[in-house]
Design a binder for this molecule. Structure first.
Ligand code: PEP
Ligand code: MN
Length: 339
């Protein structure tokens, strides 16, 4: 249920409502709007009628049901677009298209620092790089782990770019969160509910990738897992789904972007690197994603893709990435966005 507070309702009234929601066995989530606060009360669907009684409380304007199964992620509970702050300088969901770029995996100090400087100079806003890699094969490179996190931190220091990196299991969430500016949940873990709950307990922005066989509704339900634990700072990432097509690694579902924009207030970014699996197609799909309304992009960049430890075939060389960024300005401007 959504408890809509009156515009200008006193804090005391709001606190009373929060207390009452808890007494009834529901979890309240306050969403601050520009003119009024709304409170999402989530919990057992069966007893939701008892929440209707809150309508008679001081400061309450109305109590309305949330129809979608995803509650906190839904536009029903919050009509305004959410802007997720990563640092003082970088927020996702505002007028700026936020570009996160870097290698698939952190391989060495020299590699990550060189790449960080190159993507920064080309105009990227964040560095990406995997320290923990969830590989399909146990025989593939698994990442430098904590050493990778230290190298990413060094690259942040040198370049000034905040970084996003993947967390692959609940046990290492706290460790990764000590280093990272944003936690990535990868496609293979998008329905790892224990992991989603764990990142939901932190106050660190989360980049949630779509699982490769997830419907849009399931994707939003995964975001709901994070949000229902208290962490509202979720950015969604369309990274391609598995279809019958084999000419590309995945099929980047661009129509998911306007669909998500209609259903949720959370920002949506696109990853054309994993979405296509082939560097030839990355720029075209990056432009298309911005045209479709994406709030940002995640792009893999490697200075020596032929020798990359992972995902070389879809990685752009820094010079190609710089070219993409240059042309992207035109698409951003055409979409009334800045870069
Ligand atoms: C990645 O970002 O390197 C990655 C593993 O992505 P995904 O989870 O989308 O496959
Ligand atoms: Mn990758």
């Amino acid at each position: 249920m959504i408890i809509v507070m009156k515009a200008g309702a006193a804090k005391k009234d709001r606190d009373e409502v929060l207390k009452r929601i808890r007494e009834l066995g529901y979890k309240p989530h306050v969403i601050h709007g520009t003119t009024r606060d709304v409170i999402g009360a989530v919990g057992d669907e069966r007893g939701k009628l008892v929440l209707q009684s809150l309508e008679s409380m001081h400061g309450v304007e109305s109590v309305v049901p949330i129809l979608q199964p995803y509650k906190l992620a839904s536009k029903e509970v919050k009509r305004e677009q959410s802007v997720i702050r990563v640092t003082d300088d970088v927020s996702v969901g505002g007028s700026q298209i936020v570009v996160m770029a870097g290698p698939c995996s952190v391989e060495s100090e020299e590699q990550i620092i060189e790449t960080a400087l190159a993507v920064r100079d080309a105009g990227a806003h964040m560095l990406r790089g995997g320290a923990y890699k969830p590989r399909t094969s146990p025989y593939s490179f698994q990442g430098l782990e904590e050493e990778g996190l230290r190298l990413l931190s060094k690259a942040r220091e040198v370049s000034g770019l905040p970084f996003v990196t993947e967390v692959v299991n609940p046990e290492t969430v706290e460790l990764v969160a000590e280093y990272a500016d944003m936690l990535q949940i990868g496609a293979r873990n998008a329905q790892n509910f224990a992991l989603l709950k764990k990142v939901g307990q932190l106050r660190k922005p989360v980049l949630l990738k779509r699982g490769m066989s997830m419907t849009i509704q399931e994707f939003l339900m995964s975001a709901e897992y994070v949000m229902s634990e208290g962490n509202q700072a979720v950015v969604l990432c369309e990274r391609g789904i598995r279809t019958f097509e084999t000419a590309t690694r995945n099929t980047l579902d661009l129509s998911a972007i306007p669909v998500l924009k209609q259903k949720t207030h959370l920002p949506v970014i696109a990853d054309p690197s994993h979405g296509t699996g082939n560097y030839h197609y990355v720029a075209a799909m990056a432009y298309a994603a911005v045209a479709a309304g994406a709030d940002g992009l995640m792009i893999e960049v490697h200075s020596d893709p032929e020798h990359a430890s992972s995902d070389g075939p879809q990685s752009l060389k820094p010079s190609k990435f710089a070219l993409l960024m240059e042309r992207l300005k035109l698409f951003a401007a055409a979409s009334d966005r800045t870069l």
